[in-house]
Design a protein around this ligand. Structure first.
Ligand SMILES: Nc1nc2c(ncn2[C@@H]2O[C@H](COP(=O)(O)OP(=O)(O)OP(=O)(O)O)[C@@H](O)[C@H]2O)c(=O)[nH]1
Ligand SMILES: [Mg+2]
Length: 822
């Protein structure tokens, strides 16, 4: 017999449970089909008694933490157990590398050391993500208070001017928005049926503004679950749709929380309907409100049918009552029925009970919600008011009950030693270490690198290898972050999140113990769409200016910096005006550098028009060794407006491999600065199929230059086009301004796609060219007495209007001519 439960792993391999986070971000989720047997096991996890009754299995370890079941035959002496565990772990790791497809997540869980299971089953790595201003930071502040991490609650934009804990940056507090995501950890004691269970949360509060979307992206890349917050009045908003896309991209299960139940016009059921219809995720309420707006008192838990209220100055006391207020009972009963019906749609066990017209038990409902949430088929919807300190604690119980622990999420990596074969990562502390650096931050004590440990243990003083640079580095300090404070720790186990000091790397680098050559896929980084020239007002500040620029660039992959040698200007690019404004402001505050900036510029692109053949000869003879390179072939559109492609189809060695490599380099250089208006080229392919080499005069430089020249000539002959970014724009304002807002959008040539009218607000969805949207925020403010809001997100590149193309080309040519004159 193999030392680990192979039989189990093979039997469940055809229907792996859990959730696969694919190595290639963006792949469709491989959602598990849970077998009948596993259904029972999972259900057992929620109810020990039920497990014994149904499966005849018994808990391996005793005590409140136990949710694992093994056959009584596996009960072994402790010493033997330890030995068994270490060899079982090694065998699982071997299986995970050799044949990941047949290793089920359940087998990984089954072979966890019982102590490890006890630890991991109580860990939740979660993110809070939502539209701007929906109350993420306000809710997180309550979480920190109720878990005892902070001693007092301070509000975002509060009158005491202290600001919420997680918005620790001065600018965040001043503006009342989150700019950088912040990590923290806390312990939540869940009380159920008189029992107390302590859970450890690693939590990341993310910004809602689209300009800082990369912060959400990288949080979701490494977290196991998320809380999606919605505003009870506005429901699904533009950024809800963006974060929904991001959660889907990384297969992150979520629970939903309808916040702001105290606001006028609050309607949680509208929000639920929108999750179903707009986000296309089956969603149902697990609570209903008792009262609404300023009479919002608490919620009814639909699963246990209990009324839950908050008492105490800050709602710290949770009071549960069996009596449900009469006025709420009908809706509670109706919504409970809807919940069970919806679960029957997404869960086999509830479906069976439903068909047999049997009422599922509380345990069965909870187990079904957990299964369906983890397999991305459902989201349970909680509700409350963070600001009014109502119903946050039941949400925390929901995180424990329905979001996965780190061992329940499948994470994969690519083995560089075996042609990038996919391997599963196994969250056992005893195995070789694999971790992902997902965020960098400069602190007063040096560079902080946030790491998610996927496998093995990260220890203080140990050496780790950067899989990208192959550099070995020592880990001098490990800390757990609490917003801007930190707590030092000696080691961090598999499945947890920490930050380390003194480890130089880039965001997205994989670290291993050095034996494994694993890399984890990088995350999706959106392209910047806006740029401006920048320079320090005083030349004496150049040193600090460069330092700041280098730091921001390292921390934020959507903030790019380039130097234009022709205009001798430093150009910064980013996701929007606010994004760049924030960096200019941070430069002033944190580095004392006042900057001058140019007008924001749109990141235009260029693309080839039609297929053009070329045959270009570069030949210079000026005494001594000359230059000689001939390249021939054709250029054509790739068919999609993204990556450029280079191909060689040389037969007979007319150009050697070394020189072809130089040609490819020349091609990519030429694409960086397009011939038409000096902007990056997209969607262009170059094929070289012939050429000539001179014995003494040919060089890599000559071939690189020849390719660039050929590129420019052919590109200009192809009827090239200027492309401009189109933005998905969503404007929301009080109804009385609808006419003015529409007129404002029409004036900017926007295409209006949809208008929704709510109780007192309306929302317009439109496509606009970014070029037409400069200064829109101040016009909107003026037109709506400051009450209108808008968000803008890059959608795609499209051919710019002819007139604009002509203007841009003329401007570029004029600037070029002037430069040549100098
Ligand atoms: N009425 C009401 N207002 C709330 C509630 N929760 C938060 N707010 C207010 O909404 C505003 C935004 O709250 P934040 O917590 O900063 O929202 P956020 O989602 O973190 O915002 P960003 O990080 O900027 O996206 C603040 O003025 C809060 O006081 C609530 O439950 N009810
Ligand atoms: Mg916030």
């Amino acid at each position: 017999m193999r030392p680990y439960s192979l039989a189990r792993s093979l039997s469940s391999s055809s229907s792996p449970s859990g959730l696969t986070r694919s190595a290639a971000a963006g792949r469709l989720p491989r959602i598990a089909v849970v077998t009948q047997n596993q259904n029972l096991l999972r259900c057992a996890a929620a109810s020990p008694a039920a497990a014994v009754a149904v499966t005849g299995l018994r808990p391996l370890s005793t005590g409140a933490a136990s949710c694992r079941y093994r056959s009584p035959l596996l009960s072994l002496s402790r010493q033997w157990q330890q030995r068994r565990n270490s060899s079982a772990a090694a065998a699982v790791a071997e299986h995970a590398a050799a044949d990941p497809e047949t290793l089920s997540q359940q087998a990984i869980i089954d072979n966890l050391d019982p102590k490890e299971w006890e630890r991991l089953s109580r860990v939740r790595n979660i993110g809070i993500a939502a539209h701007i201003d929906s109350g993420k930071t306000t809710a997180t502040e309550r979480v920190l208070y109720y878990t005892g991490r902070i001693k007092a609650i301070h509000e975002v934009r509060g009158r005491d001017n202290v600001g919420a804990k997680m918005d620790s940056m001065e600018l965040e507090r001043e503006k009342g928005i989150t700019i950088q995501s912040a990590a923290t950890f806390c312990d939540w004691v869940k009380k159920e049926n008189g029992k107390e269970e302590k859970y450890h949360f690693n939590l990341i509060d993310t910004p809602g503004h689209i300009d800082f979307t990369i912060e959400v992206e990288r949080a979701l890349r490494v977290l196991d679950g998320a809380v999606m917050i919605l505003c009870a009045v506005s429901g699904v908003q533009s950024q809800t749709i963006t974060v929904d896309r991001q959660m889907k991209r990384y297969n992150v299960p979520r629970i939903s929380f309808v916040n702001k139940m105290d606001r006028m016009g609050a309607n949680p059921f509208k929000a639920i309907e929108q999750i179903n219809n707009k986000l296309k995720i089956p969603a149902a309420a697990v609570q209903v409100p008792i009262g609404a707006e300023d009479e919002f008192e608490g919620v009814v838990d639909l699963i246990r049918m209990k009324a839950i209220y908050n008492e105490g100055a800050r709602g710290e006391k949770v009071v549960e009552k069996d009596e449900i207020p009469e006025k709420v009972r009908p809706i509670a009963e109706e919504r409970r029925k809807m919940l069970i019906e919806m679960l029957a749609d997404v869960d086999d066990e509830i479906a069976e009970l439903f068909l047999e017209e049997k009422e599922p038990t509380v345990e069965q409902i909870k187990a079904a919600i957990r299964r369906a949430t983890i397999s991305l088929k459902f989201t349970p919807v909680f509700m409350g008011s963070a600001l009014a300190n109502k119903s946050i604690q039941p949400l925390l119980d929901g995180v424990c009950d329905y979001l996965p622990n780190p061992s329940e999420v499948t994470n994969t990596a690519l083995d560089q030693k075996r042609k990038e074969a996919s391997v599963k990562l196994v969250p056992y502390n005893s195995l070789p270490f694999v971790g992902l650096a997902f965020k960098l931050e400069e602190s007063n004590f040096g560079q902080l690198t946030y790491i998610r440990v996927y496998q093995g243990t990260l220890r203080k003083g140990a050496y780790v290898f950067n899989a990208r640079s192959n550099k070995k580095v020592k880990v001098p300090r490990i800390v757990r972050m609490h917003a801007d404070e930190m707590e030092e720790v000696q080691e961090i186990g598999a499945g947890e999140i920490c930050a380390v000091f003194g480890v130089d790397c880039a965001s997205g680098d994989t670290f291993t113990d050095g034996q494994l050559a694993y890399t984890m896929s990088s995350m999706f980084v959106p392209e910047p769409v806006i740029s401006l020239s920048i320079k320090p007002k005083n030349t004496k500040d150049s040193g600090n200016f460069s330092k700041a620029i280098a730091r921001f660039q390292r921390e934020d992959p959507t903030f790019r910096v380039s130097y234009d040698p022709e205009s001798e200007q430093t150009i910064i690019s980013g996701m929007g005006e606010l994004h760049l404004d924030i960096y200019v402001e941070r430069m002033r505050r944190e580095y004392r550098v006042d900057c001058e900036t140019g007008q924001p510029q749109v990141a235009y692109r260029e693309t080839i028009g039609n297929r053009v053949e070329f045959d270009h000869l570069l030949k210079k003879q000026t005494g001594g060794p000359g230059d000689y390179a001939r390249v021939a072939g054709w250029m054509e559109p790739t068919g999609s407006l993204d990556e450029n492609k280079f191909e060689e189809q040389i037969v007979g060695g007319a150009i050697s491999e070394k020189f072809l490599f130089a040609c490819e380099k020349g091609f990519h250089l030429a694409c960086e600065k397009g011939p038409l208006i000096g902007h990056r080229v997209l969607g262009t392919k170059m094929v070289i199929n012939d050429g000539a080499t001179h014995v003494t005069d040919s060089s890599e430089m000559a071939f690189k230059n020849a390719t660039q020249q050929a590129f420019r000539k052919a590109f200009m002959e192809s009827n090239p086009v200027v492309l401009e970014p189109l933005m998905k724009t969503v404007v929301t304002a009080p109804i009385e301004f609808q006419g003015d807002v529409i007129a404002l959008l029409n004036k900017r040539n926007a295409t209006i796609n949809d208008t929704e009218t709510g109780v007192d607000e309306f929302t317009v969805h439109a496509d606009c060219s970014l070029n037409n949207m400069f200064g829109f925020s101040s016009h909107l403010r003026a037109a709506t007495q400051g009450k209108g809001e808008y968000t803008m997100e890059f959608s795609h590149y499209e051919k710019a209007p002819m007139q604009l193309q002509k203007e841009l080309i003329a401007k570029y040519q004029k600037a070029q001519a002037e430069r040549h004159k100098k």
